[in-house]
Design a protein around this ligand. Structure first.
Ligand SMILES: CC(C)(COP(=O)(O)OP(=O)(O)OC[C@H]1O[C@@H](n2cnc3c(N)ncnc32)[C@H](O)[C@@H]1OP(=O)(O)O)[C@@H](O)C(=O)NCCC(=O)NCCSC(=O)CCO
Length: 309
Protein backbone atom coordinates (compact mmCIF):
# COMPACT_ATOMS: atom_id res chain seq x y z
CA UNK A 1 0.00 0.00 0.00
CA UNK A 2 1.14 3.50 -0.56
CA UNK A 3 1.21 5.41 2.68
CA UNK A 4 -0.07 8.91 2.48
CA UNK A 5 -0.68 11.71 4.89
CA UNK A 6 -2.39 14.94 4.10
CA UNK A 7 -1.69 18.28 5.65
CA UNK A 8 -3.38 21.56 4.99
CA UNK A 9 -1.09 24.46 4.34
CA UNK A 10 -1.84 28.03 5.27
CA UNK A 11 -3.49 28.65 1.92
CA UNK A 12 -6.06 26.00 2.65
CA UNK A 13 -4.73 23.71 -0.05
CA UNK A 14 -4.27 20.07 0.81
CA UNK A 15 -0.91 18.59 0.07
CA UNK A 16 -0.33 14.90 -0.03
CA UNK A 17 2.95 13.43 1.01
CA UNK A 18 3.32 9.97 -0.37
CA UNK A 19 5.64 7.31 0.86
CA UNK A 20 6.70 5.58 -2.28
CA UNK A 21 7.35 2.28 -0.57
CA UNK A 22 4.58 0.61 -2.42
CA UNK A 23 3.72 -3.01 -2.96
CA UNK A 24 1.01 -2.21 -5.46
CA UNK A 25 3.45 -1.59 -8.25
CA UNK A 26 3.06 -4.23 -10.95
CA UNK A 27 6.16 -6.05 -12.15
CA UNK A 28 7.95 -4.36 -15.04
CA UNK A 29 6.42 -5.53 -18.30
CA UNK A 30 6.40 -4.26 -21.82
CA UNK A 31 3.51 -1.90 -22.56
CA UNK A 32 0.59 -3.22 -24.60
CA UNK A 33 1.47 -3.24 -28.26
CA UNK A 34 5.17 -2.56 -27.74
CA UNK A 35 7.63 -4.22 -30.05
CA UNK A 36 10.29 -6.22 -28.32
CA UNK A 37 12.78 -5.62 -31.12
CA UNK A 38 11.62 -2.23 -32.30
CA UNK A 39 12.69 -1.06 -35.71
CA UNK A 40 13.28 2.41 -34.32
CA UNK A 41 15.57 1.18 -31.57
CA UNK A 42 17.56 -0.90 -34.01
CA UNK A 43 17.83 2.07 -36.35
CA UNK A 44 19.03 4.31 -33.53
CA UNK A 45 21.66 1.82 -32.46
CA UNK A 46 23.02 1.85 -35.97
CA UNK A 47 22.94 5.65 -36.02
CA UNK A 48 24.86 6.16 -32.76
CA UNK A 49 26.11 4.61 -29.55
CA UNK A 50 23.65 2.61 -27.40
CA UNK A 51 21.71 4.45 -24.73
CA UNK A 52 23.02 4.29 -21.18
CA UNK A 53 20.26 6.20 -19.38
CA UNK A 54 17.25 5.53 -21.56
CA UNK A 55 15.25 2.69 -22.98
CA UNK A 56 14.10 3.71 -26.43
CA UNK A 57 11.64 1.73 -28.49
CA UNK A 58 8.61 1.96 -30.69
CA UNK A 59 5.22 1.05 -29.27
CA UNK A 60 1.62 0.77 -30.42
CA UNK A 61 0.13 -1.77 -32.78
CA UNK A 62 1.61 0.01 -35.80
CA UNK A 63 4.85 1.12 -34.19
CA UNK A 64 3.67 4.70 -34.54
CA UNK A 65 4.58 5.73 -30.97
CA UNK A 66 8.09 6.61 -29.89
CA UNK A 67 8.52 5.43 -26.30
CA UNK A 68 11.31 6.82 -24.15
CA UNK A 69 11.80 5.48 -20.64
CA UNK A 70 14.19 7.35 -18.34
CA UNK A 71 16.33 4.66 -16.75
CA UNK A 72 18.77 5.82 -14.11
CA UNK A 73 17.29 4.07 -11.06
CA UNK A 74 20.24 4.52 -8.70
CA UNK A 75 19.68 8.30 -8.82
CA UNK A 76 15.87 8.26 -9.20
CA UNK A 77 16.28 9.37 -12.82
CA UNK A 78 18.03 12.61 -11.84
CA UNK A 79 18.63 14.43 -15.09
CA UNK A 80 22.38 14.40 -15.47
CA UNK A 81 23.91 15.93 -18.59
CA UNK A 82 24.49 12.50 -20.12
CA UNK A 83 20.83 11.57 -19.71
CA UNK A 84 19.66 14.85 -21.22
CA UNK A 85 22.05 14.47 -24.15
CA UNK A 86 20.61 11.01 -24.78
CA UNK A 87 17.08 12.38 -24.46
CA UNK A 88 17.85 14.94 -27.16
CA UNK A 89 19.28 12.19 -29.36
CA UNK A 90 16.21 9.99 -28.89
CA UNK A 91 13.87 12.90 -29.61
CA UNK A 92 15.83 13.81 -32.73
CA UNK A 93 15.61 10.21 -33.93
CA UNK A 94 11.84 10.01 -33.40
CA UNK A 95 11.35 13.46 -34.91
CA UNK A 96 13.08 12.24 -38.06
CA UNK A 97 11.24 8.90 -38.16
CA UNK A 98 8.29 9.10 -40.56
CA UNK A 99 6.60 6.11 -38.89
CA UNK A 100 6.38 7.86 -35.53
CA UNK A 101 3.46 10.22 -34.97
CA UNK A 102 3.75 10.94 -31.23
CA UNK A 103 6.22 10.41 -28.42
CA UNK A 104 5.66 9.15 -24.85
CA UNK A 105 8.23 9.90 -22.14
CA UNK A 106 7.99 7.92 -18.91
CA UNK A 107 10.08 6.97 -15.87
CA UNK A 108 10.07 4.13 -13.37
CA UNK A 109 7.52 3.21 -10.70
CA UNK A 110 9.40 5.10 -8.01
CA UNK A 111 10.39 8.20 -9.94
CA UNK A 112 9.56 9.93 -13.16
CA UNK A 113 12.63 12.01 -12.40
CA UNK A 114 14.19 13.69 -9.35
CA UNK A 115 15.17 16.91 -11.07
CA UNK A 116 18.54 18.13 -12.20
CA UNK A 117 21.48 16.12 -10.92
CA UNK A 118 22.48 17.86 -7.70
CA UNK A 119 25.77 16.00 -7.43
CA UNK A 120 26.71 17.18 -10.91
CA UNK A 121 25.63 20.76 -10.15
CA UNK A 122 27.22 20.96 -6.73
CA UNK A 123 30.68 22.02 -7.87
CA UNK A 124 29.71 24.22 -10.80
CA UNK A 125 30.83 27.84 -10.95
CA UNK A 126 29.01 30.79 -12.51
CA UNK A 127 31.56 30.75 -15.33
CA UNK A 128 30.82 27.10 -16.09
CA UNK A 129 27.07 27.64 -15.99
CA UNK A 130 27.02 30.81 -18.05
CA UNK A 131 29.91 29.91 -20.35
CA UNK A 132 28.56 26.44 -20.99
CA UNK A 133 24.92 27.56 -21.25
CA UNK A 134 23.99 25.04 -18.55
CA UNK A 135 20.46 23.61 -19.01
CA UNK A 136 19.94 25.55 -22.26
CA UNK A 137 19.82 22.40 -24.38
CA UNK A 138 16.91 21.05 -22.36
CA UNK A 139 14.45 23.11 -24.37
CA UNK A 140 14.69 20.44 -27.07
CA UNK A 141 11.75 18.74 -25.35
CA UNK A 142 9.70 21.86 -26.08
CA UNK A 143 10.85 22.32 -29.64
CA UNK A 144 10.01 18.80 -30.82
CA UNK A 145 7.29 19.24 -33.43
CA UNK A 146 5.70 15.87 -32.83
CA UNK A 147 3.33 15.70 -29.85
CA UNK A 148 4.96 14.52 -26.62
CA UNK A 149 3.10 12.87 -23.75
CA UNK A 150 4.65 12.69 -20.29
CA UNK A 151 3.42 9.52 -18.54
CA UNK A 152 4.44 10.54 -15.04
CA UNK A 153 4.92 7.84 -12.44
CA UNK A 154 6.31 8.45 -8.99
CA UNK A 155 8.34 11.47 -8.00
CA UNK A 156 8.38 14.36 -10.42
CA UNK A 157 10.60 16.94 -8.82
CA UNK A 158 11.63 20.31 -10.12
CA UNK A 159 12.78 20.04 -13.70
CA UNK A 160 10.41 17.16 -14.43
CA UNK A 161 7.59 19.49 -13.49
CA UNK A 162 9.03 21.84 -16.07
CA UNK A 163 9.62 18.88 -18.35
CA UNK A 164 6.00 17.98 -17.94
CA UNK A 165 5.05 21.50 -18.81
CA UNK A 166 7.19 21.12 -21.91
CA UNK A 167 5.33 18.01 -22.93
CA UNK A 168 1.99 18.87 -24.32
CA UNK A 169 -0.43 16.13 -23.37
CA UNK A 170 0.63 15.10 -19.90
CA UNK A 171 -0.82 12.10 -18.13
CA UNK A 172 -0.24 11.16 -14.53
CA UNK A 173 -0.96 8.19 -12.39
CA UNK A 174 -3.10 8.36 -9.29
CA UNK A 175 -0.48 8.37 -6.57
CA UNK A 176 2.02 10.78 -7.99
CA UNK A 177 3.97 13.15 -5.91
CA UNK A 178 4.85 16.35 -7.67
CA UNK A 179 7.23 18.92 -6.39
CA UNK A 180 8.03 22.26 -7.89
CA UNK A 181 11.47 23.51 -8.77
CA UNK A 182 12.68 24.12 -5.23
CA UNK A 183 13.93 27.63 -4.57
CA UNK A 184 15.09 26.61 -1.12
CA UNK A 185 17.08 24.94 0.22
CA UNK A 186 18.84 23.11 -2.61
CA UNK A 187 19.15 25.62 -5.41
CA UNK A 188 19.01 29.39 -5.43
CA UNK A 189 16.22 29.37 -7.96
CA UNK A 190 14.75 27.11 -10.63
CA UNK A 191 16.70 27.23 -13.85
CA UNK A 192 15.02 25.10 -16.49
CA UNK A 193 11.97 27.22 -17.12
CA UNK A 194 10.21 26.18 -13.92
CA UNK A 195 9.22 29.68 -12.87
CA UNK A 196 7.92 30.43 -16.35
CA UNK A 197 6.27 27.28 -17.64
CA UNK A 198 4.86 26.17 -14.32
CA UNK A 199 3.35 29.63 -13.75
CA UNK A 200 1.71 29.65 -17.16
CA UNK A 201 0.41 26.14 -16.62
CA UNK A 202 -1.05 26.46 -13.10
CA UNK A 203 -1.30 30.20 -12.47
CA UNK A 204 0.69 32.51 -10.23
CA UNK A 205 -0.69 31.54 -6.80
CA UNK A 206 0.01 27.83 -6.94
CA UNK A 207 3.27 28.29 -8.85
CA UNK A 208 4.48 30.81 -6.30
CA UNK A 209 3.60 28.52 -3.42
CA UNK A 210 5.21 25.47 -5.03
CA UNK A 211 8.38 27.32 -5.96
CA UNK A 212 8.83 29.06 -2.62
CA UNK A 213 7.99 26.13 -0.36
CA UNK A 214 9.16 23.17 -2.45
CA UNK A 215 6.08 21.35 -1.12
CA UNK A 216 4.68 18.45 -3.10
CA UNK A 217 1.25 18.27 -4.62
CA UNK A 218 -0.68 15.12 -5.48
CA UNK A 219 -1.67 13.96 -8.94
CA UNK A 220 -5.27 14.97 -8.18
CA UNK A 221 -4.13 18.49 -7.34
CA UNK A 222 -1.96 18.56 -10.44
CA UNK A 223 -5.02 17.64 -12.49
CA UNK A 224 -7.22 20.22 -10.78
CA UNK A 225 -4.58 22.87 -11.48
CA UNK A 226 -4.32 21.92 -15.15
CA UNK A 227 -0.79 20.59 -14.83
CA UNK A 228 -1.82 17.18 -16.18
CA UNK A 229 -4.71 16.28 -18.46
CA UNK A 230 -5.63 12.89 -17.00
CA UNK A 231 -4.89 10.74 -13.96
CA UNK A 232 -4.81 6.92 -14.15
CA UNK A 233 -4.23 4.02 -11.77
CA UNK A 234 -0.61 2.96 -11.84
CA UNK A 235 -1.18 -0.18 -13.90
CA UNK A 236 -3.12 1.69 -16.58
CA UNK A 237 -0.89 4.73 -17.00
CA UNK A 238 1.51 3.66 -19.71
CA UNK A 239 -1.04 1.85 -21.83
CA UNK A 240 -3.31 4.90 -21.62
CA UNK A 241 -0.49 7.21 -22.68
CA UNK A 242 0.45 4.93 -25.57
CA UNK A 243 -3.14 4.63 -26.67
CA UNK A 244 -3.52 8.44 -26.64
CA UNK A 245 -0.28 8.72 -28.63
CA UNK A 246 -1.56 6.13 -31.14
CA UNK A 247 -4.74 8.11 -31.61
CA UNK A 248 -2.73 11.25 -32.32
CA UNK A 249 -0.44 9.32 -34.64
CA UNK A 250 -3.41 8.07 -36.67
CA UNK A 251 -4.15 11.64 -37.75
CA UNK A 252 -2.29 13.57 -40.41
CA UNK A 253 1.19 14.22 -39.00
CA UNK A 254 1.38 17.42 -41.00
CA UNK A 255 -1.86 18.84 -39.65
CA UNK A 256 -1.14 17.60 -36.11
CA UNK A 257 2.15 19.54 -36.17
CA UNK A 258 0.29 22.65 -37.30
CA UNK A 259 -2.33 22.23 -34.58
CA UNK A 260 0.38 21.76 -31.95
CA UNK A 261 2.13 24.90 -33.14
CA UNK A 262 -1.15 26.76 -32.97
CA UNK A 263 -1.97 25.65 -29.39
CA UNK A 264 1.57 26.49 -28.29
CA UNK A 265 1.12 30.01 -29.62
CA UNK A 266 -1.55 30.48 -26.94
CA UNK A 267 1.05 29.57 -24.33
CA UNK A 268 3.85 31.69 -25.69
CA UNK A 269 2.43 34.82 -27.34
CA UNK A 270 -0.31 37.42 -26.99
CA UNK A 271 -3.93 36.61 -27.87
CA UNK A 272 -3.78 38.72 -31.04
CA UNK A 273 -0.54 37.08 -32.19
CA UNK A 274 -1.88 33.66 -31.29
CA UNK A 275 -5.03 34.24 -33.31
CA UNK A 276 -2.93 35.38 -36.28
CA UNK A 277 -0.78 32.25 -36.00
CA UNK A 278 -3.87 30.07 -35.82
CA UNK A 279 -5.41 31.70 -38.88
CA UNK A 280 -2.21 31.38 -40.92
CA UNK A 281 -1.89 27.71 -40.01
CA UNK A 282 -5.58 27.09 -40.65
CA UNK A 283 -5.23 28.56 -44.16
CA UNK A 284 -2.07 26.53 -44.65
CA UNK A 285 -3.95 23.28 -44.03
CA UNK A 286 -5.88 24.03 -47.23
CA UNK A 287 -2.66 23.45 -49.14
CA UNK A 288 -2.39 19.88 -47.85
CA UNK A 289 -3.72 16.69 -49.40
CA UNK A 290 -4.66 15.49 -45.92
CA UNK A 291 -7.11 18.38 -45.39
CA UNK A 292 -8.86 17.43 -48.65
CA UNK A 293 -8.80 13.74 -47.76
CA UNK A 294 -10.21 14.37 -44.27
CA UNK A 295 -13.15 16.40 -45.54
CA UNK A 296 -13.79 14.09 -48.50
CA UNK A 297 -13.76 11.05 -46.22
CA UNK A 298 -16.27 12.74 -43.91
CA UNK A 299 -18.61 13.55 -46.80
CA UNK A 300 -18.21 10.05 -48.28
CA UNK A 301 -18.77 8.50 -44.82
CA UNK A 302 -15.55 6.50 -44.85
CA UNK A 303 -12.33 6.39 -42.83
CA UNK A 304 -9.75 8.92 -43.96
CA UNK A 305 -6.51 7.66 -45.44
CA UNK A 306 -3.92 10.27 -44.57
CA UNK A 307 -0.64 10.41 -46.45
CA UNK A 308 1.04 13.11 -44.37
CA UNK A 309 1.25 15.27 -47.43
C1 LIG B 1 13.11 12.49 -4.62
C2 LIG B 1 13.45 12.28 -3.15
C3 LIG B 1 12.41 12.96 -2.26
C4 LIG B 1 13.42 10.75 -2.87
O1 LIG B 1 13.81 10.49 -1.55
P1 LIG B 1 14.21 8.99 -1.14
O2 LIG B 1 13.16 8.04 -1.60
O3 LIG B 1 14.52 9.04 0.31
O4 LIG B 1 15.51 8.62 -1.99
P2 LIG B 1 16.99 9.18 -1.75
O5 LIG B 1 17.72 8.25 -0.83
O6 LIG B 1 16.98 10.60 -1.38
O7 LIG B 1 17.60 9.07 -3.22
C5 LIG B 1 18.05 7.83 -3.76
C6 LIG B 1 19.36 8.07 -4.48
O8 LIG B 1 19.12 9.00 -5.54
C7 LIG B 1 19.98 10.13 -5.40
N1 LIG B 1 19.28 11.33 -5.90
C8 LIG B 1 18.01 11.66 -5.70
N2 LIG B 1 17.73 12.84 -6.27
C9 LIG B 1 18.88 13.24 -6.86
C10 LIG B 1 19.23 14.38 -7.61
N3 LIG B 1 18.33 15.32 -7.92
N4 LIG B 1 20.50 14.48 -8.04
C11 LIG B 1 21.41 13.52 -7.78
N5 LIG B 1 21.13 12.41 -7.07
C12 LIG B 1 19.88 12.28 -6.62
C13 LIG B 1 20.24 10.22 -3.92
O9 LIG B 1 21.41 10.96 -3.67
C14 LIG B 1 20.38 8.75 -3.58
O10 LIG B 1 21.65 8.30 -4.01
P3 LIG B 1 22.67 7.57 -2.97
O11 LIG B 1 23.89 7.30 -3.78
O12 LIG B 1 21.94 6.32 -2.55
O13 LIG B 1 22.87 8.52 -1.85
C15 LIG B 1 14.84 12.81 -2.79
O14 LIG B 1 15.82 12.01 -3.40
C16 LIG B 1 15.05 14.24 -3.18
O15 LIG B 1 14.55 15.15 -2.56
N6 LIG B 1 15.88 14.46 -4.21
C17 LIG B 1 16.25 15.80 -4.63
C18 LIG B 1 15.19 16.35 -5.56
C19 LIG B 1 15.46 17.79 -5.91
O16 LIG B 1 15.48 18.66 -5.08
N7 LIG B 1 15.65 18.04 -7.20
C20 LIG B 1 15.85 19.37 -7.68
C21 LIG B 1 17.20 19.53 -8.22
S1 LIG B 1 17.55 21.24 -8.52
C22 LIG B 1 16.92 21.56 -10.07
O17 LIG B 1 16.32 20.73 -10.69
C23 LIG B 1 17.29 22.94 -10.58
C24 LIG B 1 16.80 23.26 -11.95
O18 LIG B 1 15.53 23.83 -11.94
Amino acid sequence: MSLARACACTHGLTHMWHSLVCSRAPPARPPAGSRSAPRGARGQRRAGPPFQFLQVQKAGSKGSVGLIRLQRPQALNALCEGLMAELRRALDAFEADAQVGAIVITGSDKAFAAGADIKEMQGKSFQQCYGGAFLAGWDRVATVRKPTIAAVNGYAVSVPVSLRALCRVPHARGRDSWRSPPAVPITPSPGAGGTQRLTRAVGKSLAMEMVLTGERISAAEAKAAGLVSKVFPVDKLLDAAISCAEKIASNSKLVVAMAKESVNAAFETTLAEGNRTEKRLFYATFATDDRKEGMTAFVEKRKANFTDS
